[in-house]
Every structure is written in structure tokens, then in C-alpha cells.
Design a protein around this ligand. Sequence first.
Ligand code: PLP
Length: 475
Amino acid sequence: NTLAPMAIVAPTARQSVAQAPVNTRAIQDLDAAHYLHPFTDSKALASHGSRVIVKGEGIYIWDSEGKRLLDGMSGLWCMNVGYGRKSISDAVYAQMQQLPFYNSFFQTTNVPAVQLAAKLVEISPPQFNHVFFTGSGSEGNDTIVRMVRRYWDLQGYQGRHVIISRHNAYHGSTMAGASLGGMSGMHEQGGLPIPGIVHIGQPYYLEGGKGKTPEEFGLEAASWLEQKILEVGADKVAAFIGEPVQGAGGVIIPPSTYWPEIQRICDKYGILLVADEVICGFGRLGHWFGSEYFGIKPDLMTFAKGVSSGYVPLGGVLVGDRVADVLIEKGGDFNHGFTYSGHPVACAAALENIRIIQEEKLVDQVREDTGPYLKQKFEALADHPLVGAAETCGFVAGLVLVQKKAANIHDCVPFDSTLDVGMICRDHMFNGGMIMRAVGNRMIIAPPLVMTHAEIDELVTLIRVCLDATLADLT
Ligand code: PLP
């Protein structure tokens, strides 16, 4: 019985979890024996063992060997208010005592779900007055697919089912989410995309903008949407979906001209505009939603992650009046929903999370203070010999590792992809005490929104030291 030699000793109330004895090797062995991880080569994992994370506090996490790491990725783009918020645990505990679960099907409801729906309407742009809850961002995007198709069906446009998305987008791991996403590695597994989902190029200036200004390239990338609409037939296209800033694709920040032009094209053809705010929502770009940063007016917004800062899983869709009015007036039953839609404990956690964001003015802070400070400090990393470009947008940031620098980023010499320079750099980051993610040759961060100036200084110093170590390794 592999469970017999229990490796973790439960910490007492006073004892720090980081100091609790954890038998790392035993946990790694059990992990490799039984736990199939997401996005992981299980065989490779078994050969070197996973990192065991045992504690989080503020912007730091600790592993089972007592190593402290600055979590530059906010868990997985979600820990907006940072780790160790006792008031969220208290809210969760109280709700569990009161009503741990009840469903929202068949004309029942619960108090935290109603209060959270009203709160989300209060903090979102004025076109949003309704919310559909899910358990995750992927389920949110599945809901989007069902909803936009139903919207057009109800108005007599039965064939209007095609959704246009972008290459290198990430919209989740369910069949519809992975289909909306533009990750070839995901499409290759399981016969994706499902029918009725097509893709256009991404607005990645460093990849496609040679010889153009960012503004020219932004307009060009948006024009690919119009081309695709004409190719598919405007009467067949239901919606366009995009992340305001592509996160998992490598923090691809679009040129300023891109989103307004996308909005113009959607309006011209009457196509629904969907913003996937799973990463960009809840203050990450210095506004409640990334759409506001780019000045667009989506008809639907997917959310998850920052809504509860990941303390309890929660996602959903903010439904604009244009769609909600049709669904409610003409729709009858919407035959869609999840057991955990409007889960009272998750909603209680989200309500407390949003209260903290409001009380600590984290959205304003990112927009007016810490975001500009991070920009100034992080973008200065562009002087490092390994860095071709460094850019930020609110509290997401990315830098490109290049073999040889040039004045113009398009003239830099890239690393041979087989070298896996990003992974080499990521390992140095980890050894140096910093979680930074590698996407190809891009190194990215999305730190907790609670960071102070001193913590930003520490983050940028750590990155520079680890870039030096990477450079030394490569030369
Ligand atoms: N949409 C975006 C933009 C995401 O980044 C993610 C996850 O990273 C998702 C959707 C999927 O969310 P989840 O993993 O909660 O299903």
C-alpha cells in the first residue's frame, strides 16, 4: 500500500508549513506513481521528480526543501491578491459552515452567487448586466460557444455558427476551449479544432512586423479578420474571440491600433466581439478588464483566475445586453450548465477577493503606480546582452532572448530553437529563487498585483542575475 508511509506531517496551527517536515522523495515517488499532471510529460517527470510546493505567503512560495521563490507568475496568472489572505480563508470557512453547496439549476439560487453576480455587474463596463457562472475559464469559453450560436439561432440565423479566433491564442483545455485556442500542439492531440472554429494570425509585431511601424502592423493584423470574414461569408460568422493581451502564447502585447480596428470590423459585419479576460481581468492591466485598457466594447467576456485569485476554482461569462436580451426574451430554457455553476463557497471567496482588490485599490495602483514602476524597471532589462526586447503592459511582461542583439529587434539573430534557451533560462531563474515562465524564446511574468516598489526591485534584480547565469552557460 503506497499510502502507508505518510510523508507529510500535518502542521500545528502555530507551526509554519515551510518548516513542517515533508519527505520530498516520498511525495515525488507517490506523485510519479499516481498523479498524471496537466501539460506534463509524465515519463520525464518520473525520472527527475516534481517540485513540491508547500506554502505561499504574499508574493512568495516555498518548496518542500525550504527554498523560497518569488512567484513571478502568480501561481498560474491567478494569485492577484497574493498568498495567505486570511480573510478569504475565513469567508470560505464561514460559507462552508453555512451552506457548502447547493446548485443553481431549476429555479434555485444562493446568496453568495447572487451577490457576486451583482458585484461583477457593478465593476464591469455598462453593457454588462448578467453573469453565467462556471467552474473554470475553459468551461467559460465552452459556454461562449453555446451562447453565441444560440443567440444567432434564436434570431433565425441558423447557419451563423463560425467563431474566428487566432493562432497561438489560449482559451482552455476542453474540446471547445482548445479548439478556440490556436495552439498546434493541442490541436494535434484529439482531432481539433472542432467544426466551426477558424483561426487568423496573431498580432505579434516582433514576428510579423518587419519593415513596418507597430501601428501599421496592428492595422494589418486586424485586416486578417476582415479577410477571414469575407472568406467564410459574413452571414456565417457568429463571433470573434481574443485575449486582450495573449498570455500563455507568450505575453503578446498588440500594437495600439489593433483592437480598435478589430472592434470596427466586428461592428461593420454585426459580428459579436468576445474578450477572453481570464488573465487580463481583475486588475492585471490596471483596469478591471483588459478590454477597458484597449478601449473596446465586447459583447461577452470570459473570466476566471483573478475573480477569486485562484483561492477556489471559479469562472464564468459576463453577458452583454445585446446577447442577454435575446437569450432571456426569446430563449426559454438554456440547456447548459455545470454542477458547480454559482458554487456558494467559490462565490464567497470571490466576493472577499474583490473586496480586497477594492479596499487596497489594487487596480488603480497597477495603473498609476506599480505598473509604471514595473515598466520602467523591467524594460531596462533590454540593455542585457541576451535581451532583444523587453515590454510590459500593466502587470504582465515579457522579454525576448536573442543570440545577437541589433538596434532594430527585427534584425536580432534568434537562438536556434533546438537549444531550448528559454528552458535553460527558466531553470536558472528557479535556481536563483524566481518563478518566470518560458514560452519558446520569450521569458514572461505576471506577478501578484500586490507587489511593492521594493519587491519589484527584487524581482528585476533576480531576473538580471539569472540572465547573467544563462549567458555564462551559453558562452
Ligand atoms: N482563457 C485564457 C486566456 C487562459 O489563460 C486560460 C488558462 O490559462 C483559460 C482560458 C482556461 O482557464 P482554465 O484553466 O481555468 O480552464
